[in-house]
Design a binder for this molecule. Structure first.
Ligand SMILES: [Zn+2]
Ligand SMILES: [Zn+2]
Length: 407
């Protein structure tokens, strides 16, 4: 279908992006200093006290009204700046948690400062633009489901679109991720002397071993997009004591949330129940974090990203929906309101969650990507605030992808 070309009343888009980039250049030094500071002080999920405070303070200094501890999460925040009248609400998302033992090996310092940088660049322009700009600080992407908790708490209510960019080794307009859940699985047995009276014990570690065997058998009978992985988190106290308690952390993922939660989850539970039954141990399963949903596709948002990425000289390569991998709580956001989770390269080779990627996250190329990402996010946000036709198409695409009412 053909659509009439949108006619934004003011200011012309090209002039706007030129001013965004001019403001960004003035902010570049302090923005990169902030990126390096967050990188140098890695804080893991829900403990991002310094990073969230530094970001919130910086936004407050630029005129944003800042609410700290949003949604009951002490290291979340929501900063807002009103435009010159009624209009849409666009949210820039900042992640800032690090990985245990690996520092900023997922480059969330880059995510945080791309979002903050976009806000810095747009702040002086908001008096001319309609609507409202939000910056939402979202803790604990690495295994805590911070965005799922913030969604439940209503922190995203009223948001028309939420935008973020993740550093990667390619430039892409989406990161097609898998839905996932993570279970803490504990087996409770009965201790006994392993040499004098093993027959009096119930071996909880045997249940863990059998659960791994069951998981590996299940692996062959699931759809090819499924990923299942687990670690032992408690293997007993001493070799000469029949383990009273043993535990594991198990993750399962699929491209299809319905398949994951309705088909695979009960079968995986059977594996753990079977292991408990075989050994006589008692089973306890708890969710280690909120489940993560798969990233939705939103073509109009992604095309807008591509246009702005090219404006910054980036080469955007197509992504393949058939090779979904990884998981993010941004998927949850994208299933509730229009969401962008694009990627910009900070290295050609290194992948997230490696020591090499942590180095790339504060390299010269990482810094250049912070500035590109901030400019791109600000450009997209400005388009959404000023181009009603674009926002309508973004909402329509969201509805088509998720079946949900538009925000
Ligand atoms: Zn990560
Ligand atoms: Zn990440």
């Amino acid at each position: 279908m053909t659509r009439p070309q949108s006619q934004p009343e003011q200011p012309a888009a090209d002039a706007l992006t030129a001013r965004i980039d001019a403001h960004l250049e003035l902010e570049a030094a302090s923005l990169l200093e902030l990126s390096h500071r967050i990188h140098a002080h890695p804080e893991v999920r829900f403990e991002e006290v310094q990073a969230s405070a530094w970001l919130a303070d910086a936004l407050e200094a630029r005129g944003f009204a800042v609410e700290r501890g949003s949604g009951g999460l002490p290291t979340a925040f929501r900063a807002s700046l009103d435009g010159r009248g009624d209009g849409p609400t666009v949210a820039l998302l900042c992640e800032y948690d690090a990985l245990p033992g690996l520092g900023h090996a997922c480059g969330h310092n880059v995510i945080a400062t791309m979002g903050a940088g976009a806000a810095f660049a747009l702040a002086p322009l908001m008096s001319e633009l309609p609507g409202r700009l939000l910056v939402i600080g979202t803790p604990a992407e690495e295994g805590g489901g911070g965005k799922a908790l913030l969604l439940d708490a209503g922190v995203f209510d009223g948001v028309d679109a939420a935008l973020m960019i993740h550093p990667e080794h390619v430039d892409q307009s989406n990161m097609p991720t898998l839905a996932s859940f993570k279970w803490d699985v504990a087996f409770h047995g009965k201790p006994a002397h392993a040499a004098m009276a093993p027959h009096l014990g119930v071996n909880a570690l045997d249940a863990v071993r059998l659960a791994f065997a069951g998981l590996d058998a299940l692996r062959q009978q699931v759809r090819p997009d499924v990923r299942m992985h687990a670690i032992v988190t408690d293997g007993g106290a001493a070799a000469n004591i029949i383990p009273e308690r043993a535990a594991m952390l198990a993750v399962a993922r699929s491209a299809d949330a319905g398949y994951l939660f309705d088909d695979l989850a009960p079968r995986l539970r059977n594996v753990f129940e079977g292991a408990a039954l075989m050994t006589g141990a008692r089973l306890e399963i708890g969710d280690s974090s909120p489940a993560y949903l798969e990233m939705a596709v939103n073509v109009p948002l992604e095309e807008t990203f591509e246009r702005h990425a090219r404006r910054r000289g980036r080469t955007v390569t197509p992504y393949d929906l058939q090779s979904r991998s990884g998981s993010t709580d941004m998927g949850n956001v994208s299933q509730v309101l229009p969401g962008l989770h694009a990627m910009l390269a900070i290295d050609d080779v290194a992948l997230p969650h490696t020591a090499e990627f942590a180095v790339a996250a504060r390299s010269a190329r990482g810094d250049a990507t912070v500035l590109d990402g901030a400019s791109v996010l600000a450009g997209i946000a400005a388009d959404l605030l000023t181009d009603a036709d674009l926002l309508t198409r973004v909402h329509q695409a969201f509805h088509e992808a998720t079946g949900r009412a538009t925000p």
